[in-house]
Design a protein around this ligand. Structure first.
Ligand code: BES
Ligand code: MN
Ligand code: ZN
Length: 507
């Protein structure tokens, strides 16, 4: 191994990998860089970690021990064995070195080296290409900081994004995996964008504001953008989107962003739920449930980030993101339980609960996509039901799909990005719950019988015109109450990397 390693730069840290002992009484196992560094430094690093990392440092992925070596005082003629080498050594636990563990190790490294100017890592010197990507992605994801004043990436430029500057500090030793590094950078950028948008408070983030952000970002990337305002929406029959947004002082928008490469093979339309705040409407939420609802546009942010990422990484397919944006508020113009709405497709819907607004705005957007965009595949992403979070927790999104190939496509993408999905059934018997006496459909079952994520999915299916379709309910993983590994507190950005990976791998 040669020598970005050799440096006089006092702020540089050298990162080497260790794994847990094989037997309880053994020491930590040296991994990439540790043996080399031990030889160069002339000290037993694994043994030092054992002592200085304390009993809790076992080399498990996500654990870090930092060793600061002393320097001689100025004027001393004594030469330490590590003179000229970085005086900070980071011993990074990588466990058995799987991709998941390397992603965690990367994330832990970002936390341990925050503020350092230069970090030289040998920890992935013998990892696979996928392992290197996972490591760098974990590092970049964990480097994220919530913007202080709710400014999105687009507006952060003056000061330079925190995460970008930390991205520049990391130097990897070993084979250079340019393609993997680029994939990690694009994927992390997509996730950061979703986090920035979803973390922005709703007094800043109304439908118009989100539409402006989307236009600015898509315009800068050379993509086509179309924004429909309230007048156009009314003229074109978006009855559901307009009803949901009717009580808000900030009226709805529908944004369409298109990426079309030459000789595109397929057309994938991504539809993202964009509720900029969900009070529940007249069926109002209690305070506890309302507080996190600024993130109820995470689906729209994911769809936007995915189309931008697809363009940046040269996906072969045409990709269109459709973002129905509205604020579900309370007011004299509120839509009511018992109202009958006419959706874009002409299907009428009897309102049962104004808090089930997501499926309504998605119904209009799906209907619009089917009628005007000629998709080969529809994918919707939404923080749709509390039920999905109750059933699966924060670790998995609920995945519904019309065919097994789509399920395995998403499962394969999830295995690459670590954003886990769980395949859910579209239970045919439950469609009877969507029957209404006064409209084509009732939008929420009359009696609560459980299966809320499933009945929501069945409702959406009515607007897909029998096309291949994937529905991702991200109500669980879209937010986190505490940072853990690569997942950061607040909006997690879940789904952006998943969708991007799916699009990259789609035949
Ligand atoms: N945005 C919520 C779903 C949600 C809940 C997301 C918790 C994240 C965390 C959605 O609009 C909603 O209110 N759904 C209702 C549907 C019900 C009225 C049929 C729900 O899940 O309670
Ligand atoms: Mn709601
Ligand atoms: Zn909602």
């Amino acid at each position: 191994m040669d020598c970005p390693f050799l440096t006089d730069d006092a702020v540089a840290a050298l990162v080497v990998a260790v794994a847990p002992p094989l037997e309880e009484e053994d020491g930590l196992q040296p991994r990439a860089g540790t043996v080399d560094a031990t030889a160069r430094y002339g000290i037993d690093l694994a043994e030092l970690a054992d002592r200085s990392g304390g009993t809790s440092f076992r080399g498990v992925a996500g654990q870090v021990a930092t060793v600061d070596l002393p320097r001689t005082h100025t004027g001393s003629t004594y030469r330490l064995p590590w003179a000229g080498l970085p005086s900070t050594i980071v011993l990074l636990g990588i466990g058995s070195g799987t991709d998941v563990e390397l992603r965690r190790a990367g994330a832990a490294l970002a936390g341990a080296t925050r503020g350092l100017e230069r970090v030289v890592s040998a920890a992935t010197a013998d990892a696979t290409e996928a392992g290197v990507r996972a490591f760098v992605e974990g590092y970049l994801l964990a480097a994220y900081r919530i913007p202080r004043f709710g400014r999105p990436a687009a507006a952060r430029s003056g000061e330079g994004p925190v995460q970008d500057s930390q991205a520049e500090q990391l130097v990897l030793l070993g084979e250079s995996h340019e393609t993997q590094l680029e994939a990690a950078r694009v994927a992390a950028t997509a996730t950061w964008l979703v986090r920035d948008l979803a973390n922005t408070p709703s007094n800043v983030k109304d439908p118009e504001w989100v539409a402006e952000q989307a236009s600015a970002l898509a315009g800068a990337a050379g993509l086509t953008v179309e924004v429909l305002g309230p007048k156009e929406l009314a003229a074109q029959g978006f009855g559901a989107l307009l009803a949901v947004g009717a009580a808000s002082a900030s009226p709805p928008r529908l944004v369409t962003v298109t990426y079309e490469p030459e000789a595109a093979e397929r057309h994938v339309v991504l539809v993202g739920k964009g509720i900029t705040y969900d009070t529940g409407g007249l069926s109002i939420k209690p305070r506890e449930a309302m507080v996190p609802m600024k993130t109820d546009m995470a689906g729209a942010a994911v769809a936007l980030a995915a189309v931008l990422g697809a363009a940046e990484s040269g996906v072969r397919h045409k990709v269109t993101a459709v973002l129905p944006l509205a604020e579900n508020h309370v007011g004299a113009d509120s839509y009511r339980p018992g109202d009958v709405l006419r959706t874009y497709s002409g299907t009428t819907v009897e309102i049962a609960n104004t808090d089930a607004e997501g499926r309504l705005v998605l119904a209009d957007a799906l209907g619009y996509a089917v009628a005007t965009l000629a998709p080969d595949l529809l994918v919707d992403v939404a923080t749709l039901t509390g039920a999905a979070g109750v059933g699966l927790g924060r670790g998995h999104a609920a995945l519904f799909a019309t065919n097994p190939g789509l399920v395995s496509g998403f499962e394969a993408a999830a295995a690459v990005t670590g954003e886990r999905v769980w395949h859910m059934p579209l239970v045919e018997d439950y469609t009877s719950a969507l029957r209404s006496d006064v409209a084509d459909l009732r939008h929420v079952p009359l009696e609560a019988r459980g299966g809320g994520a499933i009945t929501a999915a069945l409702f959406l299916r009515e607007f897909t015109d029998g096309l291949p379709w994937v529905h991702l309910d991200i109500a669980g993983p879209a937010r986190a109450t505490a940072s853990r590994h690569e997942v950061t507190e607040g909006a997690t950005g879940y789904g952006a990397r998943l969708l991007l990976q799916f699009l990259r791998d789609l035949d």
